[in-house]
Design a protein around this ligand. Structure first.
Ligand SMILES: C[S@@+](CC[C@H](N)C(=O)[O-])C[C@H]1O[C@@H](n2cnc3c(N)ncnc32)[C@H](O)[C@@H]1O
Length: 389
């Protein structure tokens, strides 16, 4: 590759939310109308809400229950803020946020997703909607709190915050303009089925809104459904900016029955996290999610753009890792023992984005549904420097 000037910029780090979580969010949890906010109670509430979602995946979030709000704030808010923050970084690496002035969080819950995305553009207004008025008010309060001078987070100028109850399925949608960016985070998963999700996406895309961020759970089912919605968006004239690096069919839908595209991040950990997690059966060293970023305009053209979409697979002396560049299901491969010590420890992570042309890999091997790309040493050296690994 000769010209790397158009190389996607390395992602900048997301703002540090820790201080805001430890002060403002903690205050909000302590002020809830619940009997106690000690760690044992928070853990019991988190477990109860998690069981609710597992046993009734299509049921409403029970926001009329104080224990559910407690679980939302103490457990799910930090996790979903972390996910949205990483989605924000992925979008920023593609200059996805430019030109938007209004951030619209539909099914906002406590507003974790819009909070996570707010630092990535100087949004002038934030609009918060949920069918439950109690969470909408809480989300508006949390959004207002990050503009307070005592919060130590790196945020864009204070946004004007509008909020109200809205049922996505039965109420008319507010009017949007091309400067409105809509976020749906863990909302489609609460709808009845894939048809309902497609209907909602069609309603949104037939409005004048300019862009859409969808974040969903990382289960095979949810993520594959989301990849299928890509077609609905493309049919409506939208372009997918991330995680996809191309507009062809999704290689995982095309060549695999079970593979699903999902990303991974290290969650933000407020100071009650360790004690809380020690009482829960799940430990979140990392958290996963699936997502789509779509806009009416096409993304900037970057040749040979590739995204890492799998974890490293260690196989008798060879490392393999799923990569997305086209509708081919491709695996990057390399042999650590044949490399210098310095290069042998190179790591690729889910979500990594770089250019990789066919001239940087050897002859393609493997089968049509699992193409192996043996990366050349010079390309590994280049990527080690680019990714700072
Ligand atoms: C799992 S929560 C996710 C909350 C938040 N978006 C987040 O990422 O943390 C799903 C939210 O979608 C809302 N929701 C579900 N169906 C809705 C609908 N038809 N109209 C409006 N909100 C809805 C629920 O009330 C709930 O707050």
């Amino acid at each position: 590759m000769e010209n790397h000037s158009s190389q996607p910029k390395l992602e900048e780090s997301a703002p540090d939310w820790t201080s805001w979580l430890n002060t403002t969010l903690r205050r909000e949890i302590d002020s809830l109308d619940t009997t106690a906010a000690d760690i044992k109670t928070l853990a019991a509430s988190a477990l109860r809400l998690s069981n609710h979602y597992v046993s009734n995946p299509l049921e409403r979030s029970p926001w009329h229950e104080p224990w559910a709000i407690q679980a939302l704030l103490a457990y799910y808010h930090p996790l979903n803020l972390s996910r949205a923050s990483t989605v924000g970084r992925r979008g920023q690496a593609r200059q996805f946020f430019s030109g938007f002035t209004d951030l619209v969080d539909i099914g906002c819950g406590s507003g974790a997703a819009s909070l996570g995305l707010r630092p990535f553009a100087p949004f002038e207004r934030v609009h918060l909607f949920d069918r439950d008025h109690r969470v909408v008010e809480r989300a508006a309060r949390l959004h207002a709190s990050v503009s307070d001078s005592d919060s130590n987070t790196v945020l864009a100028p204070p946004a004007d915050i509008n909020s109200r109850a809205l049922n996505l399925q039965s109420d008319p949608l507010p009017s949007f303009s091309p400067r409105h960016l809509i976020v749906l985070s863990y909302v489609l998963t609460e709808l009845q089925d894939e048809r309902e999700s497609a209907t909602l996406i069609r309603r949104l895309t037939s409005s004048a809104m300019g862009g859409l961020v969808i974040i969903e759970p990382s289960t095979s089912d949810d993520a594959r459904k989301l990849q299928r919605l890509r077609h609905t968006l493309q049919e409506a004239g939208f372009y997918i900016w991330a995680p996809c690096t191309h507009a062809e069919e999704c290689p995982l839908l095309l060549h695999s029955e079970k593979d699903w595209c999902h990303d991974r991040t290290v969650p933000l950990k407020p100071d009650w996290w360790e004690a809380l997690e020690s009482r829960l059966p799940i430990k979140n060293e990392t958290v996963t999610f699936s997502y789509l970023l779509a806009r009416r305009e096409p993304p900037p053209k970057v040749p040979d753009l590739a995204r890492v979409t799998g974890d490293t697979l260690f196989e008798k002396g060879k490392n393999r890792q799923l990569l997305c560049r086209s509708s081919s299901r491709e695996f990057l491969s390399w042999f650590p023992q044949r490399l210098t010590k310095q290069l042998a420890d190179i790591r690729f992570e889910r979500g990594d984005l770089f250019q990789l042309g066919d001239n940087e890999v050897g002859e393609k091997r493997g089968s049509a549904n699992a193409v192996e790309l043996r990366i050349k040493i010079e390309a590994l050296e280049r990527l080690k420097t680019l990714l700072q690994r």
